[in-house]
Design a protein around this ligand. Structure first.
Ligand code: PMV
Length: 353
């Protein structure tokens, strides 16, 4: 039976679009099983391919946006430390977009608390921009539904479009010729999955929590522009998506894992073939991949996926997650290992909660 997926909520008692001037939201990271890699429009953050993910129940980001009409500029802090440089510029550009849509000039104070290691390929930008989109649209009174929030979050970071939803979500690339406004065609939506039957967990092996050497933005650009493997991967990814949707519908974890692992390895192959090559995978990554293979040989269903960093997420059955985590912990030595299940949608927190 399909499990109903939670969608984004608005604060009770408020008319849609009413600006609160002060809103706090929480969102969780997601891990793509079919990857997003490569933009066809950098300004609008429109991808070449559809992607599909599971939102996690660990590592939430909480963001408060408070309008400050007297301020001359935005104040942005992450875990109490003022953001500077490119990370600050991205948040301010996002607020400018919200202000333009709201027709309001007020600057804001943005306070973010992250529980995920920032910049380590663990999708802190996904939870970060999903929380920022949810809080900022409420503070400025945009009155968006979940689809609108997903489109908006996409502008901050593509993967954030999926973190607006809980459970499993698909992000539609949209058609290149989608009428006059291509923004409208590209958003995420929940994928109905028999979650209890599938019983999925992702064992997250943090082998290196440091920031990545090449941003995913730059790495995607280089891959699309120079990798001879990019187009073939994009085409095969569309087929992978159809296969994984069917496997999810059947609650066939082995089939889901097999498709997810080949899709991720293919994505990394496109980067390795870029000029110059982008290599996020380290020797520690390969050690974990060996352990995953060993688990499979011993009859445990375990499948790996990696993003823009060396960390590995292992898809397995929740019932076997402790065993998988134990084997992975042995393999990473010194790193940390976390067990995640399907998590909730982005949501506003009550002002007095
Ligand atoms: O977080 P972004 O929007 O810069 O994109 C990162 C993309 C991957 O994490 C590598 C894959 C994905 O679909 O999340």
């Amino acid at each position: 039976m399909a499990t109903e997926q939670p969608t984004s909520t608005t604060r009770a008692g408020l008319a849609p679009g009413a600006a609160t001037g002060d809103a706090t939201a929480v969102a969780h990271p997601n891990i793509a099983l079919i990857k997003y890699w490569g933009k066809r429009d950098e300004r609008l953050v429109l991808p070449w391919t559809d992607s599909l993910s599971m939102t996690l129940d660990v590592f939430p980001t909480t963001t408060r946006v408070r309008l400050d009409p007297a301020a001359g500029q935005d104040t942005v802090t992450l875990d109490g430390v003022p953001l500077e440089g490119e990370p600050r510029r991205r948040v301010v550009a996002f607020l400018d977009l919200v202000r333009e849509r709201a027709g309001r000039a007020s600057r804001a104070v943005v306070e973010t608390r992250n529980t995920v290691p920032t910049g380590a390929g663990l999708a802190s930008s996904a939870s970060g921009f999903a929380a920022l989109a949810t809080a900022a649209s409420a503070a400025y009174g945009l009155g968006l539904d979940a689809t609108g929030l997903s489109r908006l979050a996409r502008r901050g970071s593509g993967s954030a479009s999926r973190s607006v939803f809980g459970g499993f979500a698909i992000w539609h690339a949209g058609q290149p010729d989608h009428g006059a406004d291509p923004d409208l065609g590209s958003y995420a939506e929940p994928v109905p999955v028999p979650v209890d039957e599938l019983d999925p967990a992702l064992v997250v092996a943090v082998v290196d929590a440091g920031p990545k050497a090449v941003s995913s933005r730059e790495a995607m650009r280089r891959t699309v522009d120079t990798s001879p493997l990019y187009r073939p991967w994009a085409a095969s990814s569309q087929a992978d998506l159809a296969d994984i949707r069917e496997a999810l519908r059947r609650a066939d974890l082995d089939a889901v894992g097999e498709v997810a692992e080949r899709n991720a390895l293919g994505m990394h192959a496109t980067m390795l073939a870029a000029r110059p090559a982008v290599r996020y995978l380290s020797s520690a990554t390969v050690t974990v991949l060996d352990a995953v293979l060993e688990l499979r040989r011993s009859g445990v269903s375990a499948w790996a996926t990696m993003d823009a960093g060396p960390n590995v997420k292992v898809l397995c059955r929740r019932a076997e997650a402790d065993r998988v985590a134990g084997v992975v912990r042995e393999a990473v030595r010194g790193g940390s290992v976390h067990i995640a299940g399907p998590g909730p949608a982005a949501r506003l927190l009550d002002a007095d909660a």
